[in-house]
Design a protein around this ligand. Sequence first.
Ligand SMILES: NC(=O)c1ccc[n+]([C@@H]2O[C@H](COP(=O)([O-])OP(=O)(O)OC[C@H]3O[C@@H](n4cnc5c(N)ncnc54)[C@H](OP(=O)(O)O)[C@@H]3O)[C@@H](O)[C@H]2O)c1
Length: 322
Amino acid sequence: MRAAVLYGIDQLIKIEDFELESSVPGKSLIQVQYCALNHRDFWITKGQYSGLKFPIILGSDICGYYKGKEVIANPSMSWGGNEKVQSKSYSILGLPEHGGLAEFVYSNPEYIYNKPAHLSAAQAASLPLAGLTAYRSLITRAKVNAEDKVFISGIGGGVALFALQFAVQSGAEVYVSSSDDRKIEKAITLGAKDGFNYKQEDWPKSFLQKYDGASVIVDGAGGPDFAKLVKIAYPAARIVVYGATNGAWSNVVIQQVFWKQLNILGSTMGSDLDFSNMLQFVEEKKIIPVVDQIFNLSQINQAFEYMSSGKQFGKIVIAVSN
Ligand SMILES: NC(=O)c1ccc[n+]([C@@H]2O[C@H](COP(=O)([O-])OP(=O)(O)OC[C@H]3O[C@@H](n4cnc5c(N)ncnc54)[C@H](OP(=O)(O)O)[C@@H]3O)[C@@H](O)[C@H]2O)c1
């Protein structure tokens, strides 16, 4: 089958004929139409992910055909029986097992779901990983409600955008940050009340001049700017952390954390229940994932380059066979 194969760290991905195992016990083949990229795929190409193995076909998010129907797959595998935390055998589609940047991908049938009817195949491929991460962060972990003032950092990101859409549909008031004023404008058209450019050092001051704080904060960036999120948090706020694009936290005023009685909540992907709840929420509220750009499989290296430029607003999707 035609596949995008990564042979090592910092190497260009090769498009080639690749032979998958002819069968895998307990798994079925899905014919892939579209595969969306996540920052996870990029970290793997850079060697910044645990459990690396090569050659590997990346791609956690697919929409394709299974038994004559259009389907998507939950990439969050072997979560286990504890809703609070994933099991030791937990894994994500696209490493260590081959993912969806290929004509076919194996999935356990229990992870295969019908494509939401209101979505195109490219939109549906954009949903699983980022939608699941945003759902667990915002709804399962932070338990967002209509009284909340929600602040979402880096709104150009795939997870951040779903968090915005889910928070708006939950009735909360939502503020965002971005490095790009045009992305802030787009977020406002999606229902955000206001936005702040995190490239401006003193953005928390501007925020606090207009608003008295945020009761829920959703962050995938980490790094030195995390201290600013602690600053704008209401007393007893819930700060959910799902990523560390900018590395370790620094300069956090620890006194602000304990004096404000803050709740810092880690969140990763989600359970099978989170996934089916997320799908139901998306179908009920008719949420449409934001697709930034669709590349062909042969343009896979350009697609990764585009992701690393950070210019995207929403998901980068690869047309595999359509
Ligand atoms: N734990 C999990 O289960 C899980 C799941 C998915 C993703 N993640 C992690 O979460 C992070 C985001 O993933 P993604 O796939 O949504 O990424 P993405 O779509 O590639 O988006 C990355 C975004 O990060 C934002 N950003 C960069 N520097 C920032 C800063 N200093 N402050 C605030 N935002 C900043 C940028 O937003 P602007 O363009 O608006 O500036 C950029 O668009 C990655 O580190 C990823 O590995 C974790």
